[in-house]
Design a protein around this ligand. Structure first.
Ligand SMILES: [Zn+2]
Length: 247
């Protein structure tokens, strides 16, 4: 997961969401009313919400939780089955893949003692404060209880495709940075721009964030010694500091 910026919806859609929430609050059975209203969504508002979330997602509209699969589902961070008043809340919407949404999270939503969510919301939290990538194993390590709960609920280390995907993304970033340097050295700006686009489109966007963090951090030399980081990449990041801001 990486930090994503939530953008604005039109006033039309925000007003519609507020109206739906008022209707649910006034209903005798808020849960049933939320389900009924969710089924008969306003087409224009739904399209705007989906399009806005797609633009907020990383790369080729990857899932905001696992960063691997195509994000198809509008996901309620606070599950609508348990919190019907959050059914039409823009700040409760994320875009997730079916595996994260329907197979892993479902209605699981652990809270801490103060009642705050124990899952990472990538539009609110800075995920790298809660999770750390090991480029050696491709697994995520928890830095906080929120990180631990997120790993468990979304199966972020249990799903082999995610673990292998992160390892492959780490290696690909090294190759892409070397290509970038080669294109720039040859004055092939089209090729260099293409590499930048490829980095921005690739899955597992947070691996790039961790790559930069590790390569520019105090332990970079250890990763070079153990063969998980090419020393050329360190020089490339120094030569082209703008790379750090690509995502
Ligand atoms: Zn997912």
């Amino acid at each position: 997961m990486r930090k994503l910026e939530r953008t604005d919806l039109s006033l039309y859609t925000l007003a519609l969401l507020a109206k739906r929430t008022e209707e649910i609050a006034a209903a005798e059975e808020p849960g049933a009313e939320a389900r009924r209203l969710w089924e008969r969504k306003d087409k224009a508002a739904s399209k705007e919400i989906r399009d806005t979330l797609r633009a907020m997602a990383s790369g080729r509209e990857r899932c905001m939780y696992c960063e691997d699969s195509a994000a198809k589902d509008i996901e309620h961070f606070w599950p609508k089955a348990r919190y019907p008043l959050r059914t039409f809340d823009w700040f409760n919407y994320l875009l997730a893949c079916g595996d994260c949404n329907s197979n892993h999270k479902r209605t699981r939503f652990p809270l801490d003692e103060s009642g705050a969510p124990l899952l990472i919301d990538p539009t609110v939290d800075e995920p790298t404060e809660h999770l750390e990538l090991s480029p050696v194993t491709g697994r995520l390590a928890e830095l906080t209880p929120k990180g631990a709960a997120s790993i468990e609920v979304f199966g972020l280390n249990k799903r082999d495709s995610l673990v292998r995907g992160r390892q492959a993304a780490w290696r690909a970033i090294g190759r892409m940075l070397r290509d970038y340097d080669e294109f720039c050295t040859q004055g092939d700006w089209r090729g260099a721009r293409q590499v930048k686009d490829d980095v921005c489109q690739t899955g597992f966007a947070s691996v790039f964030v961790w790559f930069i963090r590790i390569a520019t951090g105090p332990h970079a030399a250890l990763y070079v010694q153990s063969g998980y980081l090419d020393s050329r990449c360190l020089a490339i990041l120094e030569k082209y500091p703008d790379i750090k801001g690509w995502l």
